[in-house]
Design a protein around this ligand. Structure first.
Ligand SMILES: CC(C)(COP(=O)(O)OP(=O)(O)OC[C@H]1O[C@@H](n2cnc3c(N)ncnc32)[C@H](O)[C@@H]1OP(=O)(O)O)[C@@H](O)C(=O)NCCC(=O)NCCS
Length: 170
């Protein structure tokens, strides 16, 4: 199992994951990217090319197991006032057919090492909806400490957001 930068080698597997999302529409808010543009978009994001105002550089990594695309994790290199309230440093998603198998927990564990080794981050903020039990478990299994809950007005409505910090050096 490895975390890699988006790579053409795994694009057809990524496209299958996108299809799974379309079938299970309920999760459309956090759908994967467009297979046709994801590689270039990730590169630009990582290198800060033409970032939208208020956006920060971010690295996209894919979890690959035996050649299969399993999940995507995005690491924002720094925090803004907006990201401190919602979004944090790290966001992730496991493809529909591979959920509940421990991949989410492992992917975050591996990404935290990447944060430390490649980006020099010593702690990471992760936010999630107050009712996202799977994500709460993934965060807490990785040492997340709940700082607080805040109310956010998002496009999808008013949500209660949990804010967790993970000390990477521990
Ligand atoms: C959150 C997410 C990444 C978890 O990935 P995963 O691979 O299923 O996670 P794991 O298999 O490591 O499961 C972690 C824990 O959550 C539990 N869990 C998984 N799916 C669950 C669900 N739908 N409801 C309740 N618990 C669930 C698992 O049983 C496990 O619990 P345990 O450790 O006590 O046994 C995945 O559900 C997902 O992609 N969700 C949509 C995107 C999202 O919400 N991302 C997080 C944004 S903050």
């Amino acid at each position: 199992m490895e975390l890699v930068k988006p790579d053409e080698k795994y694009l057809s597997s990524y496209a299958e994951a996108v299809e799974e999302d379309l079938i299970h529409k309920s999760d459309a808010v956090r759908a994967f990217g467009d297979p046709d543009t994801i590689i270039e978009k990730s590169y630009r994001y990582e290198h800060g090319i033409d970032l939208k105002p208020g956006y920060v550089k971010a690295t996209t990594l894919w979890l690959i197991d035996q050649g299969k695309f399993i999940g995507e994790i995005g690491i924002r290199h720094e925090l803004t006032p907006a990201l401190l309230r919602f979004g944090g440093n790290i966001g992730y998603k496991v493809r529909w057919s591979e959920r509940g198998k421990g991949y989410g927990t492992k992917m975050l564990r591996m990404a935290l090492q990447y944060c430390k080794n490649a980006l020099g981050l010593r702690r990471a903020l992760i936010t999630c909806d107050d009712d996202n039990i799977a994500s709460i478990k993934v965060i807490e299994h990785n040492g997340g400490v709940l700082e607080d809950r805040v109310t956010n007005r998002l496009e999808r409505g008013i949500v209660t957001t949990r804010r967790y910090w993970i000390e990477i050096e521990r």
